[in-house]
Design a protein around this ligand. Structure first.
Ligand SMILES: Nc1ncnc2c1ncn2[C@@H]1O[C@H](COP(=O)(O)OP(=O)(O)O)[C@@H](O)[C@H]1O
Ligand SMILES: [Mg+2]
Length: 262
């Protein structure tokens, strides 16, 4: 077990936590009473059949559901011990610290270079010539530099799907997040790109904390430290990934991880 405090910095060991978090759309409850801790520098996998509430839960962690009509929540989620719904929380700053990568790559309609530094510009983290330095550094970090260095001013839409996803990852990393939320980040990619993106993600910890929705159970086992299994709007089981896959406590978990439904 980790100590309650990170000995290096005196910060809470859990970068994020949910406390009795309940989510619903209109009168339809989606998830209830979720108490969960996300330890700094670890990877958490969210697994479960389609419609079980994984995306809804994930998107709540940087308040992406707030504007969805009918969305309601009770309970709380914290970042570094502070409620993400506290008065005075700056949404832009929250989303800088808790970044997101979606299932389909979503480059902006601007050049490859401008994509990488879009958030850096918006947050005034760097400007002018520094932006070129940031763009190169982040493209190198995701292994895309050699492929794009001669076409930084071109549109990103001619890149392959895997390259576009890496570009979106570079853009997310450029603003220096603490936590990255990933919603099936490789499900639209071919196996080679998937393997590459997976390897990238493994290198991002322990500097970052990752929370990843995946339908790929092999991927959950390979990349995560802890796993949450959602089924029909319930968090059925959560625990260290090896335990959840090898010694599940619940019959539903066992059926799912052995591929008998879902
Ligand atoms: N914007 C929305 N309005 C109403 N219901 C929604 C909305 N988004 C998702 N839901 C419902 O919430 C439930 C969980 O969906 P979701 O979180 O997307 O599941 P998963 O990601 O596990 O497939 C589903 O029943 C879905 O229909
Ligand atoms: Mg989903």
């Amino acid at each position: 077990m980790l100590d309650a405090l990170d000995p290096d910095r005196g910060r809470p060991a859990n970068v994020m936590e949910t406390l009795n978090l309940c989510l619903s759309f209109g009168s339809k409850p989606i998830l209830s009473s979720i108490d969960m801790q996300f330890t700094r520098g670890t990877v958490t996998a969210l697994i479960g059949p389609t419609g079980s509430g994984k995306s809804t839960f994930l998107r709540s962690l940087n308040r992406m559901n707030d504007k969805v009509s009918g969305f309601r929540r009770e309970g709380d989620a914290t970042l570094e011990g502070r409620s993400i719904w506290a008065p005075g929380i700056d949404l832009l700053d929250l989303r800088r610290r808790v970044g997101m990568l979606f299932q389909r790559p979503n480059p902006f309609p601007m050049s490859i270079r401008d994509n990488v530094v879009a958030g850096v510009r918006a947050h005034r983290i760097a400007k002018g010539k520094q932006l070129d330095v940031v763009a190169e550094q982040r493209l190198r970090e995701v292994g895309l530099w050699d492929a794009v260095k001669d076409r930084l001013n071109d549109s990103p839409f001619r890149l392959s799907g895997g390259q576009q996803q890496l570009l979106c990852l570079a853009r997310a990393l450029a603003v220096g997040p603490d936590v990255l939320l990933l919603d099936e980040p490789t499900s639209s990619l071919d196996p080679i790109s998937t393997e590459y993106v997976e390897a990238m993600l493994a290198e991002l910890v322990p500097a970052l904390t990752l929370i990843v929705v995946t339908h790929n159970l092999g991927q959950a086992r390979r990349v995560s430290h802890q796993t949450m299994f959602f089924y029909e709007g319930r968090l059925v089981e959560r625990g260290p990934t090896d335990d959840l896959f090898e010694r599940p406590k619940e019959a539903q978990t066992e059926r799912y991880v052995t591929g008998r439904f879902g």
